[in-house]
Write a protein that binds this ligand. Structure first.
Ligand code: SF4
Length: 481
């Protein structure tokens, strides 16, 4: 079990965690040869490698990098292709509406990325004469949502700037290569990783080099199943050396032997200490080494912040013709502009009163009369994990008569709409809402497949007190006669 690492100060960094010039040359050569022979063909890479227009290259890399944040390469490929065929240039994207952009993004999650791409495109066209900024710092400064990593990726891959990149893959590869055992998120470690990346990047092929390190992390030096036996950098790797020695240490003298540098050229005061410098801030402490983990002792992460638990009720209001009622979220905040089913926040302190609270809020917020609201049927719980929230949706279905009652949209939303399933699936909505719809459909299918036994039919939430919808309307019709 890995214990939490101490935070580090930038005071002392031992020689073990840096690269010598001969190591840099060797690493570039080995890594680029491996990349040339093995790299994946990806659509944005092909544009970056073959397109003459620098703006088209920068645009393609920018879009791909925004999509790749929090999303796997395999998922991004089809989204990227669809996006580029719809908006081949930054000028085309700047003319799209946010609604269209969200629709093409639908399913990728973290919709703020799509909004920022759109805002950035408008900015490039309106403020920068249609020209992408030409270096890392200007990209970070000018484009919304572009941080140090994305700016470096665009600058190196699309524009040929000699700047390194650091992402999760690079952190893992570097931490293992250099035996960096300090908390990977501590500021001193972050600074050191960036200085290593900037030192290593090959000035002849900066974009390829950066992609090669990331690719190695994604395909060879993976978090849980690193393939050290096929790794081109094995001879330069401190973590590998340690795992093979079966010791909690690597000697600096043996480390330099690995890359053909004589220990005589190294300061003797360092060489005599086989665990790097005793006071080194980046070393993995002897007591923290777990021999069962091998190279996976690196990198080490600080304690995760616990995700928040939240619960809300989602009510699918449905007409006999199958249309469902949706509201559009506000223009800012979490899941901005997306369409969703009416939802009601529930607080854990009042769990015993949730049912009552849902009925009351359907009535107060959406103008659904109590007599209808009580007829909802519980479908199931649906769990969805957002980056810092474990959200449980308690899903209900409420069948309504045509246009009766008329549902009113609460003012906090931008608007509301009755949509068919197909209209909803092609609108801008979140993965969580699609998951909810799937849960409802699967419960309906199960109900169809299984003939209900007498007395075991699904009951409305308040069945003991409430009539079913048909009883309600029959009773009303009789009264009117
Ligand atoms: Fe990663 Fe193993 Fe290669 Fe070291 S030898 S860089 S741990 S895959």
């Amino acid at each position: 079990m890995v214990k939490a690492s101490k935070s580090v100060s930038p005071a002392v960094i031992g020689l073990l965690h840096k690269f010598s010039e001969p190591e840099v040359s060797l690493l570039r050569e080995k890594l680029l040869s491996h990349y040339d022979a093995n790299h994946r063909i990806l659509p944005w890479r092909s544009i970056a490698a073959t397109e003459d227009d620098r703006n088209k290259r920068a645009y393609a890399v920018w879009v791909s990098e925004m999509m790749l944040q929090q999303t796997q390469v395999a998922t991004v490929i089809s989204y990227f292709e669809k996006w580029i065929s719809k908006w081949p240039t930054v000028a085309d994207l700047s003319k799209a509406t946010l609604e269209e952009v969200n629709q093409v993004w639908a399913g990728l999650g973290y919709y703020s990325r799509a909004r920022r791409l759109h805002e950035g495109a408008v900015k490039v066209m309106d403020d920068l004469d249609g020209e992408f900024p030409s270096d890392r710092d200007s990209l970070v400064e000018q484009l919304p949502g572009v941080g140090r990593y994305t700016g470096s990726a665009i600058a190196s891959i699309a524009l040929g700037s000699c700047v390194g990149v650091v992402d999760g893959n690079v952190n893992r590869v570097m931490a293992r290569l250099r035996g960096i055992g300090a908390d990977i998120s501590a500021q001193a470690t972050v600074d050191h990783m960036w200085s290593l990346a900037d030192q290593l990047v090959d000035p002849e092929r900066p974009g390829d080099f950066n992609q090669a390190v990331m690719e190695l992390g994604a395909t060879v030096c993976t978090p849980k199943t690193p393939s050290c036996s096929t790794c081109p950098l094995q001879s330069l790797c401190v973590a590998y050396r340690r795992s093979q020695d079966g010791q909690q240490k690597t000697s600096i003298s043996s480390h330099f032997k690995m890359v053909g540098k004589s220990k005589d050229k190294v300061d003797e005061s360092l060489v005599k200490d086989i665990e790097c410098l005793p006071e080194c801030d980046l070393c993995l402490r002897k007591e923290d080494w777990d021999s069962s983990l091998g190279v996976q002792n690196y990198p080490r992460k600080g304690q995760k912040t616990q995700s928040r638990q939240e619960t809300s009720a989602v009510v699918i209001l449905q007409r006999p013709n199958g249309q469902m009622y949706f509201v559009q979220r506000p223009k800012t905040g979490l899941l901005a502009n997306l369409w969703e089913f009416p939802s009601i926040a529930l607080t854990s302190e009042e769990e015993s009163q949730w049912e009552e609270s849902i009925t009351q809020q359907l009535q107060e917020d959406f103008a659904v009369p109590q007599s209808y609201a009580c007829l909802r049927i519980f479908v199931s719980d649906v769990l969805h994990i957002f980056s810092h929230i474990r959200q449980t949706y308690k899903v209900y279905k409420l069948s309504l008569d045509d246009k009766k009652p008329e549902v009113i949209c609460p003012s906090k939303y931008q608007g509301s709409q009755w949509m068919t399933r197909e209209e909803f699936m092609s609108s801008a909505t979140s993965t969580a809402m699609k998951k909810i719809l799937k849960a409802v459909e699967s419960s309906e299918q199960k109900a169809k497949d299984k003939k209900p036994k007498r007395g075991k039919e699904e009951k409305p939430v308040d069945a003991k007190k409430q009539k079913t919808i048909s009883q309600f309307f029959n009773a009303s019709a009789k009264k009117q006669k």
